[in-house]
Design a protein around this ligand. Structure first.
Ligand code: AMP
Length: 392
């Protein structure tokens, strides 16, 4: 993997594609985690005498009104405070103003260009990886560094167009390096390699199941997804989430990989999709027509723990219950705690499970919490990701 350390940055104009897609309300940044996350790569470039040109998207730009809403200027201010150094904001994505600003830069200067998706207003140029736009942005710099993992599964001008035009002078920043180092464990996993899968629908995870079932030693399935598998096994699942269209898929996977797949044996059930019903657990043989399962039960938790205790690596995607409800997040939290307490090397694969671990204050205690959402999911599906391929 080629990283920023492998490129000479001295006196160079270095374009860094960051992920500054932060929540902004009334012009104020609500959560600056992503800005803080970008700092090591930016500092490294500054320390190595670069002229730093930052680019990022912010939200989606479909109509005029999105321009004001998704203006990147507040990010320049916050970044300036964090770095203790002026970050010049350029309110343009092309043209003379931008070019003059870049051409007058000294070493160790830093500018932030306006939201790359402003280019989407006329013909989706950024999001469709318009060749002219990628070539133009590439012409503004000597070196390209991609440090935006969240968009790495997209082929956009700012993450594929630019490196395509700066072949040989493109590399990854520290954030992407960390993500890829952690996730690449999949290529040759230490064993036992155990996967925990949860979340809502089978439909959303078909690619992940198909890819990981061939690689893992065990797959432990919880969450809403488990019920379609349980139904495929012939259990009555009452009113629990059923993904009828994928029942056959579950049957096929179960028949092919019976020894690898571990399903719940008991469930926390309720009559309504609500946190207000009395809490109770039932064996999966006893679920009534008017009941639905919202979390795994304690017997299942024990079985999952037994399957995980000797694991050398664990990948976990999707919560085991409706973690938005206090009562039904219990066993997702318990299993996270078990992994942390027993020092089991765990990668949380994006989205909801990372959010659940954050709420439980366990996110920083696992080996790696992947920030990618859709990007992480596609990585786990074994897909080639355009942002990676463009630099490879
Ligand atoms: P995903 O985005 O696929 O990881 O799914 C996360 C969602 O799955 C969360 O919003 C959970 O509330 C939901 N979920 C987990 N377990 C269940 C369940 N037993 N029934 C319904 N939804 C569930």
């Amino acid at each position: 993997m080629k990283t920023i350390r492998d490129i000479n940055l001295n006196n160079k104009k270095v374009i860094i594609r960051c992920d500054f897609n932060v929540p902004i309300k009334d012009g104020k940044i609500v959560d600056d985690t992503r800005i803080i996350g970008a700092i090591p790569t930016i500092k490294y470039a500054l320390d190595n005498n670069a002229k730093v040109i930052l680019m990022s998207h912010l939200g989606r730009v479909k109509e005029e009104a999105d321009l004001t809403k998704n203006n990147l200027e507040p990010v320049a201010k916050r970044l300036s405070e964090l770095l203790g150094k002026e970050v010049k904001f350029v309110n343009a994505t092309r043209g003379e103003v931008l070019e003059n600003a870049i051409n007058s830069m000294q070493d160790k200067d830093i500018i932030l260009m306006q939201n790359t998706r402003y280019e989407d207003l006329n013909g989706k140029k950024e999001s469709s990886n318009d060749p002219e736009l990628g070539a133009y942005w590439a012409s503004l710099g000597d070196v390209y560094i991609n440090d935006a993992f969240g968009t790495i599964h997209r082929a956009h001008a700012s993450n594929v167009g630019i490196p395509t035009n700066l072949q040989g002078n493109s590399a990854f920043g520290f954030l992407i390096e960390k993500e890829l180092n952690a996730l690449s464990v999949l290529e040759n996993p230490p064993r036992p390699f155990v996967v925990v899968l949860g979340g809502a629908k089978v439909a959303d995870k078909i690619g992940v199941i198909e890819n990981l079932v061939t690689k893992a030693d065990k797959i432990l399935i919880g969450g809403g997804m488990a019920f379609t598998f349980l139904k495929a096994e012939g259990f009555n699942i009452g009113k629990s989430l059923l993904d009828a269209e994928n029942l056959e898929f579950c049957k096929t996977i179960l028949s092919k990989y019976k020894d690898k797949i571990v399903l719940p044996v008991d469930i926390a059930v309720t009559n309504e999709y609500s946190n207000d019903e009395p809490y109770r657990q039932k064996d999966i043989t006893d679920i009534a027509e008017d009941e639905m399962g919202l979390d795994i039960g304690n017997k299942t938790l024990n079985i999952f723990e037994n399957n995980l205790k000797d694991a050398k690596i664990v990948i976990w995607n999707g919560p085991l219950g409706v973690y938005e409800f206090e009562k039904y997040k219990v066993n997702t939290d318990s299993l996270l705690q078990f992994l942390v307490d027993n020092d089991i090397k765990t990668i949380l694969g994006g989205g909801d499970i990372v959010a659940a671990a954050g709420v439980a204050n366990l996110k920083d205690k696992v080996y790696h919490a992947s920030t990618g959402g859709g990007a992480t999911l596609e990585y786990l599906e074994g897909k080639k990701l355009p942002g990676i391929e463009a630099i490879k």
